[in-house]
Design a protein around this ligand. Structure first.
Ligand code: NAP
Length: 361
């Protein structure tokens, strides 16, 4: 790319916003031109606004420290300074829906980490290795919004990335019933142990709204475009329990699956490791070379050993074995703030750029 595209980050001071800042440091296609957050932070330098809330293990990039934080709600001003934005604001669902549409209507593409638009019928919700063809719904959305280049695209919830990729790789064997339990890290709630000390040595058997997302969102990924909207798939039935565990980064899932077609364990493993998608074929900058790895050891995947596989963009699967009630069971692991949040959104933006949906203004 001759000239880097200018990127704005909405919610730049938060946990996911900080992850965007870290992932975009030295990005070959994008430069962070604008950081925006709530009125509490606007007018301060990024360094001052974040203060002691920096939660990444790598230091804050020098290039953003002196940027003056803008107010997310000043849509025209923020939009005028960028080619497109990543959205990771924490506001009410209705406020997020409205503000993301307002940005799109200024002809600024929005790649969002938020859940607000995940079920808006003409908004693509994409894992680039799973359903890149859903970006083809964007012209229909642009027609509704009355835009030429502005649109909204979203990525799905962090919890599903630990099992939905495996189920996708096994689609030809027709999985029809899935039971999953997710063991979710505290960074998924924007927290570290410093600001959530009661999570040390603790388990909380409830994450608001998470079970419904974990059961429904994979079906939307496997849906089809019909009449300008995404229609979700009808199968498999997925039921989930989502549990908060004392882990900083990394969502684990333990899943049971029934298949309509008989299949050997070796074939299932081969399908996992051979699975590739558009990001690998196009060699996008943030694409993992290996999307899914299979670990043979009985004690893997482990959060500390495996969460950073492929810089947090790869999925680790292990413990695949036959089951006496279901056909197979397995354990999956993904990085919730990289693949499951900011990294997944950056990969979506790269694919949208490669396909010409995002261009310089
Ligand atoms: N953490 C994850 O792994 C994860 C994964 C998937 C999705 N998400 C979703 O992503 C969003 C951000 O999550 P997070 O964990 O990064 O949250 P967070 O750490 O609480 O950060 C929230 C960000 O939103 C800004 N903000 C808050 N109220 C605002 C307002 N009224 N107007 C404008 N900006 C406002 C904050 O700015 P100030 O600093 O100025 O307050 C901050 O930049 C949430 O909707 C969350 O559900 C999170």
């Amino acid at each position: 790319m001759e000239k880097k595209l200018k990127v704005g980050i909405l919610g730049a001071t938060g946990m996911v916003g900080q992850r965007f800042i870290s992932l975009l440091e030295n990005h070959p296609w994008y430069e962070v031109a604008t950081v925006a957050a709530s009125p509490r932070s606007s007018g301060k330098t990024y360094e001052e606004a974040v203060g002691d809330r920096w939660k990444m293990t790598s230091p804050m990039p020098e290039s953003v420290k002196k940027l003056v934080v803008m107010n997310v709600n000043e849509v025209e001003a923020v939009a005028a300074s960028v080619d497109f934005v990543f959205s990771a604001v924490d506001m009410t669902k209705d406020e997020i829906k409205a503000i993301e549409e307002a940005y799109a209507k200024t002809e600024t593409p929005v790649v969002s980490n938020n859940s607000a638009h995940r079920w808006t019928p003409d908004v693509p919700m994409v894992v680039p290795e799973i359903n890149p063809e859903h970006f083809e719904v964007i012209p229909f959305q642009r027609k509704r919004l009355g835009t030429k280049r502005g649109f909204i695209a979203v990525k799905p919830n962090c919890s599903i990335q630990s099992y939905a990729p495996a189920l996708t790789a096994w689609k030809e064997f027709e999985p029809y019933e899935v039971v999953a339990t997710t063991y979710q890290a505290i960074s998924g709630a924007g927290k570290t142990f410093k600001d959530w000390p009661e999570m040390e040595g603790n388990i909380i058997p409830y994450i608001g709204g998470e079970e419904e997302k974990s059961e429904q969102e994979p079906l939307r990924l496997w849906g089809t475009i019909e009449g300008g909207v995404i229609v979700k798939a009808k199968s498999p039935v997925i039921i989930c329990q989502c549990i908060r565990v004392p882990v900083l980064n990394g969502h684990t899932a333990a899943a049971f699956v029934k298949f309509r077609k008989k299949v050997e364990k070796e074939t299932l493993i081969r399908k996992l490791v051979e699975y590739k998608g558009a990001p690998q074929e196009l060699r996008l900058p943030s694409a993992p070379k290996q999307f899914i790895q299979y670990l043979e050891e009985d004690n893997r995947p482990q959060v500390t050993a495996d969460v950073d596989f492929e810089h947090g963009m790869g999925i680790s699967i292990g413990r695949l074995r036959e089951d006496t009630v279901y056909d197979y069971k397995f354990v999956g692991l993904s990085h919730n703030t990289v693949r499951g949040a900011a990294g997944g959104a950056v990969l979506c933006a790269e694919l949208l750029t490669a396909k010409g949906y995002i261009q310089a203004k």
